[in-house]
Design a protein around this ligand. Structure first.
Ligand SMILES: CC(C)(COP(=O)(O)OP(=O)(O)OC[C@H]1O[C@@H](n2cnc3c(N)ncnc32)[C@H](O)[C@@H]1OP(=O)(O)O)[C@@H](O)C(=O)NCCC(=O)NCCS
Length: 169
């Protein structure tokens, strides 16, 4: 299993992974619409020359009070082809992806997702860091991970995703 950054020739396969994993086109369209807008990270999992997983990060904004400028990413979407799920591929993608985001100097990552899955990577409810989601979601489903320890200490507010995320409502 190889985890690497997406290449231009991967776009069709990445689309197909998202469509197959989510059973609809919304997430694939979201990724296509966000590529190239601000900093984004797109990673693929490759097995035997086939793209079987995909992970995407894009910039979010905090509307509130922060004592300094913070660069925060939203993790979404993450997708693994149905036949390849529950074999550790999603975990590997997320671990590698988070490492790269940290290396690139981002301060934190938020995710809206299953509270049984993301804490294994260090995510905690964002409310514990005084951050809330702009969407009406259960408290434990909106999580944050500091990539730089203490980065969120003097920051509070509402996390805003780009308007393109309305494609996935
Ligand atoms: C979520 C997803 C990317 C995980 O990838 P994966 O390769 O199957 O994950 P792994 O094999 O690394 O880890 C499996 C773990 O994730 C958990 N998990 C996966 N999807 C889950 C979900 N939708 N709800 C709850 N837990 C989930 C499994 O319970 C399992 O936990 P365990 O290790 O305690 O048994 C994949 O299942 C997928 O593509 N799902 C459809 C798309 C989706 O819902 N994406 C997430 C929202 S953005």
């Amino acid at each position: 299993m190889d985890i690497r950054s997406e290449k231009p020739e991967d776009l069709e396969a990445v689309r197909n992974v998202n469509i197959a994993a989510f059973g609809r086109e919304n997430e694939a369209n979201l990724v296509d619409s966000l590529r190239g807008i601000g900093p984004t990270f797109s990673f693929v999992a490759v097995q035997s020359d086939r793209i079987v997983g995909h992970l995407f990060f894009s910039l979010v904004a905090v509307e509130g009070k922060c004592s300094r400028h913070l660069s925060i990413l939203g993790l979404a979407p993450v997708a693994v082809l149905p036949k390849y799920q529950r074999q550790g591929i999603g975990t590997l993608l997320i671990r590698q992806g988070l490492k790269e985001c940290g290396r690139s100097g981002f301060h934190a990552v938020v995710v809206l997702g299953h509270p049984d899955f993301y804490p294994r990577f260090g995510f905690i409810p964002a409310s514990r860091k005084s951050l809330k989601c702009e969407y009406d979601v259960p408290d434990e489903a909106f999580m944050v991970l500091e990539l730089e320890s203490g980065a969120l200490q003097d920051c509070s507010g509402t996390v805003k995703y780009r308007s393109e995320f309305s494609l996935c409502e």
